[in-house]
Design a protein around this ligand. Structure first.
Ligand code: ADP
Ligand code: MG
Length: 457
């Protein structure tokens, strides 16, 4: 079954690349489970009749086309709804009460888990080692060592993957554990729906009876006061019963906006870990692992080509994976060798806009840096250096502040322009200058002048 789940995940990823984002999110994102494979029909589970119909009417041929490339023997997809799948399971259980596989599948359906996200398939490097070891510890002793486990980092760096590893590991150890994965926006939606009907039974029994709750992208609770209250109650209840909670977010708990502090402070009760961008070696390892998973041959693509892909796609593992698949597809479809040249051709459309993008923002940033250095009569190299004399530190902080307020780049990204300073240093600098602007009229005037020089006012 694992093999088919992986195939489905792959096809889903291709769909994500092919389809309009809204269509993909509405129709395919919630389709995660391969329910069974019978007579060469692969049954995938749609959340409801509407999605099932849409897929059958509009996409089934497309899906079956993709499938032709993925399996040797002729297979086709069939769609069933979650309701049908559950019914079939409970019917079959009357005959076969202890069939292990069924229970596991059952958990996957209700728990919304993706069984291909395992610790095994998670490649460890400096950027995620702490997150990984914390994940393992939590999976080993849920509810005990770190509750909640709070994982944060930029998009596409493996937060969802890692949180699902924890759930899958716990399920593998004890399939009677109720592991529930939920995206925060889905939680909000379900809560709002229950509240509008004033019917909370289903909602409560779904969320309050779990052993492990995985809540993805908690930043989406922002501004949703009622849902925050509900989540607060749920958190208290589960935490009180030593049920493990894992939370992911795109930022640290104290950077969350418009979420009540009694909630964010609880997010820091357990262990907080961040995931950063993988370095070049790490990216190469990830590509090799994905290549192995994809083709069962990690040497199929020569090292220089792998290195080329890894060097171009440096800030998002999802994009890195997408690039690899594109190269694979391109070279296989046109029957050409895997060379750097062919990889360049395969990735042309993806690479060009990225380079321009980077180029643009880098230029703008260099411009700010040179304006600020001129203004304070220091050199740009001192501005970005590690020198800690006030003469350099203050202008440095001002330039970080200007970059943040003018272009709103992530703190981490800004740090890369200043000798790879980490994001907390940048954050601190930006905050310091904001405070000084309030307190000191001279600083305020200087920053205003500089803002005008940077062409923004
Ligand atoms: P996030 O939730 O942080 O946005 P995801 O967990 O969805 O990121 O990861 C994006 C893609 O990158 C997934 O396909 C995931 O399997 C892959 N990925 C991310 N980090 C790793 C890693 N360390 N090892 C293997 N695959 C990874
Ligand atoms: Mg995610």
């Amino acid at each position: 079954m694992k093999k088919y789940t992986e195939i489905w995940e792959d096809i889903k990823q291709s769909l994500e690349e092919d389809l309009d984002e809204v269509v993909f999110t509405e129709i395919f994102r919630p389709v995660n489970t391969v329910f069974k494979v019978v007579n060469n029909y692969i049954y995938i589970v749609a959340p409801n009749e509407f999605v099932k119909k849409r897929i059958e009417m509009l996409y089934l041929n497309k899906l079956n086309k993709y499938l032709e490339y993925k399996v040797d023997e002729m297979h086709k997809f069939r769609i069933i709804t979650e309701e049908q799948a559950s019914k079939e399971l409970s019917d079959s259980k009357e005959y076969n009460v202890n069939k292990a596989d069924d229970s596991l599948t059952n958990r996957y359906i209700h728990g919304n888990m993706n069984s291909s996200y395992t610790f095994d398939s998670f490649v460890v490097g400096n950027s995620n080692r702490l997150a990984y070891t914390s994940g393992i510890k939590v999976a080993d002793q849920p509810g005990i060592v770190a509750n909640p486990l709070y994982i944060f980092g930029d998009v596409g760096l493996g937060k969802t993957h890692l949180m699902q590893c924890v759930g899958n590991y716990i399920l593998e150890g004890d399939m009677n554990k109720k592991v529930l994965y939920v995206k925060t926006d889905q939680f909000v939606e379900e809560y709002v729906r229950s509240a509008s009907k004033r019917k909370f039974d289903e909602f409560n029994s779904k969320y309050r009876e779990v052993d492990v709750l995985l809540v993805d992208d908690i930043q989406f609770l922002s501004g949703k006061t009622q849902s925050q209250n509900e989540f607060f109650k749920l958190f208290e209840l589960l935490h009180g019963q030593q049920k493990q909670i894992v939370i992911t977010s795109d930022r640290s708990a104290n950077e969350l906006k418009d979420i009540m502090s009694r909630l964010t402070s609880r997010f820091e009760w357990g262990v907080t870990v961040d995931i950063n961008r993988p370095d070049l070696d790490h990216r190469i390892k990830i590509l090799k692992k994905k290549l192995m998973a994809e083709t069962s041959n990690s040497d199929l693509i020569p090292n220089d080509v792998i290195e080329y892909i890894a060097s171009v796609f440096d800030n998002n593992v999802r994009e890195l994976e997408g690039a690899l698949k594109r190269v694979l597809f391109y070279c296989t479809a046109f029957n050409i060798d895997f060379t750097v040249k062919s990889a360049e051709a395969a990735l042309e459309n993806l690479v060009k806009p990225r380079i321009n993008d980077n180029f643009l923002s880098e230029n703008k940033i260099k411009n700010i840096m040179s304006l600020v250095s001129d203004y304070y009569r220091i050199s740009t190299s001192d501005l970005i250096s590690k020198k800690r004399t006030a003469k350099y530190v203050f202008p440095r902080q001002v330039s970080m502040y200007l970059i943040k307020t003018l272009y709103d780049l992530p703190y981490k990204k800004i740090g890369t322009f200043f000798n790879n300073r980490d994001h907390s240093t940048v954050m601190h600098s930006v905050e310091k200058i904001s405070n000084e602007i309030e307190m000191d009229i001279n600083v305020k005037k200087d920053v205003e002048k500089l803002t005008i020089k940077c062409g923004q006012k």
